[in-house]
Design a protein around this ligand. Structure first.
Ligand SMILES: C[S@@+](CC[C@H](N)C(=O)[O-])C[C@H]1O[C@@H](n2cnc3c(N)ncnc32)[C@H](O)[C@@H]1O
Length: 285
């Protein structure tokens, strides 16, 4: 799906830690960061593939787990008409309120409910498709959330999970040793499960799912998102003592200079995993 790369307003540094701090979820910085991620063309390709591989279309009932303020949820709500339905669930009351505002403004009927991915408030076999995008990496019990996605999806229905692998983070700061230190600190601290994608095929197969398909994209950051993100992670590494203060300043200066010169490059690997849910009698635990 071709997507226009629109210019972004300058914004303060972002930290992925804050997506787990749901009291701050509705802050403008994080809303803007999620919108900027959502615009990245290579991530859009994975979203489009998720739609295709889960056969999301008219008449389907789709559940978006960890829906945030509904960026993809609202698009799916259009796709399932006529006859379908979309439900979005998120732990953040603020994000659910914002998603409801956006759905109302767009004239879309979407069931948006606050709740926990690890204990979904829905019956077994309730939906045709359950999806989660950039959610499992933040959870203390991603295995429970995965089992819940499967439980609420009817036999023959599909699930889709889109998550990054933090050890694939890439940036063109020339000092390779400094890059290794900063990116290792980021991978080890930014989220709870930085390398979770590597186990998804095995986990889904153990749960009895079939047709497990994996697709990946190196998602290239837009220049403005790259400077926000990569400048911030150097500061975080210095604050935590993973690198010294001088190296932290050198990192930030380098990232900002590369951005000013139009040469900053950053990317991270994202994976889409889709699978088919078997009858309850064939499900694992
Ligand atoms: C990076 S955002 C992704 C939002 C959305 N899926 C998107 O791609 O725009 C992570 C989301 O997971 C939500 N979240 C974190 N822990 C959760 C949990 N235990 N149950 C449900 N949602 C959760 C956060 O509130 C946040 O909206």
């Amino acid at each position: 799906m071709p997507v226009q790369d629109t210019p972004e307003p300058a914004a303060p540094a972002i930290s992925l830690h804050d997506f787990t701090d749901i009291d701050h979820s509705a802050e403008a910085t994080y809303v803007a960061a999620l919108e900027a991620f959502d615009r990245l063309p290579l991530l859009r390709e994975l979203k489009a593939l998720a739609i295709e591989r889960t056969r999301t279309g008219p008449g389907r009932h789709v559940l978006d787990v960890g829906c945030g303020f509904g960026l993809e949820t609202l698009r799916l709500a259009r796709l399932v008409q006529p006859g379908g339905a979309v439900t979005g669930i998120d732990l953040s009351d603020d994000f659910i309120a914002e998603a409801r505002r956006r759905a109302a403004a767009a004239g879309l009927e979407v069931d948006l409910v606050p709740g926990n991915a690890e204990a979904l408030p829905f019956p077994d076999d309730a939906v045709d498709v359950a999806r989660a995008e950039r959610v499992l990496i933040y959870l203390d019990a991603p295995d429970k959330a995965l089992a819940e996605l499967v439980r609420v999806t009817r036999p023959g229905g599909r699930i889709a999970v889109i998550e990054p692998d933090f050890d694939t983070n890439t940036v063109n700061v020339p000092d390779a040793g400094l890059v290794r230190a900063v990116l290792a600190h980021e991978a080890d601290t930014a989220v709870v499960n930085p390398r979770l994608v590597r186990d998804l095929r095995g986990d889904l197969t153990a749960l009895g799912l079939t047709d497990v398909l994996i697709e990946s994209r190196m998602v290239v950051f837009s220049p403005d998102l790259a400077v926000q993100y990569f400048a911030g992670i150097g500061t975080a590494a210095a604050t935590a003592g993973a690198i010294d203060a001088a190296a932290g300043r050198r990192w930030t200066d380098t990232v900002e200079a590369l951005h000013r010169e139009g040469r900053l490059f950053g990317a991270i690997g994202y994976y889409l995993v889709t699978a088919t849910v078997p009858p309850a009698s064939s499900r694992g635990s």
